[in-house]
Design a protein. Structure first.
Length: 324
């Protein structure tokens, strides 16, 4: 009997200790009911312990729609669902039975989106039966936003906000290899602002920067498929990578882009083409095969762009690239 009393006292102490931890923590029993929801978890989520104790409604503190939390995944052994549920995760290795994950959480009660680092660990009895799962949470939103800002600096053009040349090169290589594997077409647009040097000479570099940003905005609005990439290629040149798109499809987008910039009605009194800023666009399209390189696609688009300029600018020209 003394042993039983000691065990009860130890359990009560462990519960009190967990309730007062500074780390937001909750515990599920083997049926995934909440048995502990500590004060730090109340502060993080805005959900009082009384609202969730004895229920399986802990997900409501983090999300708007029903879904598993990390402790549920561990309790149910559903690790195959981690990819779909979490932005990043690690599965248990030989030295650990727990799970670790990261995710953007809606946090409906406090009405703010937080990026949480989450750990879940099991508690077993002497016979190996699951007694409970402990989930701890850390708010890493500030660190995540700083990381995203640094990543954006690395992959985005500082002036226009479009993808930079490094991103363009990496994406073109990846899309080229994917198109080769799938036997799918890949198209490239090279876009040039007509008479841009004259624009800078006439209106000044500050206006020139504003012009480039306006053109980039129009481009970004017209290139809206998630698979496509709009980039600043260099100076007044832009590029658009369009996977699974043949020349006809690319031409449609190119014409739409040219018209969108024309309709911006940005005055260009020094232009020899129109009274406003215009674009020339070169198109190249190919189904990549062994022996070809992405550079050939770039050269073909560049040649088409040259033809567009040579024939008077403010136009779209294409050239189908054929395998050698």
């Amino acid at each position: 009997m003394p042993n039983s009393g000691n065990a009860r006292n130890a359990h009560a102490f462990a519960v009190r200790l967990m309730e007062h931890l500074v780390v937001p923590t909750f515990v599920l029993d083997s049926e995934r009911r909440v048995i502990i929801w500590n004060k730090a978890c109340e502060r993080l989520t805005g959900v009082a312990a009384a609202e969730v104790l004895g229920t399986v409604d802990h997900w409501r503190a983090f999300y708007e729609e029903p879904r598993y939390c990390l402790a549920d995944v561990l309790a149910l052994g559903r690790t195959e669902e981690l990819d779909a549920l979490y932005a990043a995760h690690s599965e248990p290795g030989e030295a650990s039975l727990g799970l670790r994950a990261e995710n953007w959480c809606i946090m409906p009660r406090v009405k703010k989106r937080l990026y949480l680092a989450i750990d879940a660990g099991p508690i077993y009895d002497e016979d190996g039966n699951l007694l409970a799962v402990v989930e701890t949470l850390r708010d890493t939103t500030e660190q995540k936003l700083a990381q995203m800002a640094l990543h954006s600096l690395a992959v985005r053009d500082g002036l226009t906000g479009l993808a930079n040349r490094r991103s363009f090169d990496e994406r073109l290589e990846a899309d080229w290899l994917h198109s080769m594997r799938e036997g799918a077409p890949l198209s490239l647009l090279l876009v040039d602002v007509d008479h841009f040097k004259l624009y800078n000479d006439t209106y000044g570099h500050q206006k020139g920067d504003s012009c480039l940003k306006a053109v980039a905005g129009a481009l970004d609005r017209q290139v809206f498929r998630p698979a496509d990439l709009a980039a600043r290629y260099g100076g007044e040149e832009f590029a658009v990578i369009m996977p699974t798109t043949d020349e006809d499809g690319a031409r449609h987008v190119a014409e739409r882009l040219r018209e969108a910039v024309f309709e911006l009605n940005l005055p260009h009194s020094a232009s020899q083409t129109a009274d406003r800023v215009t674009l020339s666009v070169g198109i190249a399209s190919v189904v990549p095969v062994e022996g070809m390189t992405p550079q050939e696609l770039i050269e073909a688009a560049d040649a088409a762009l040259y033809r567009a300029k040579h024939r008077g600018r403010n136009r779209v020209m294409g050239r189908e690239l054929e395998p050698a």
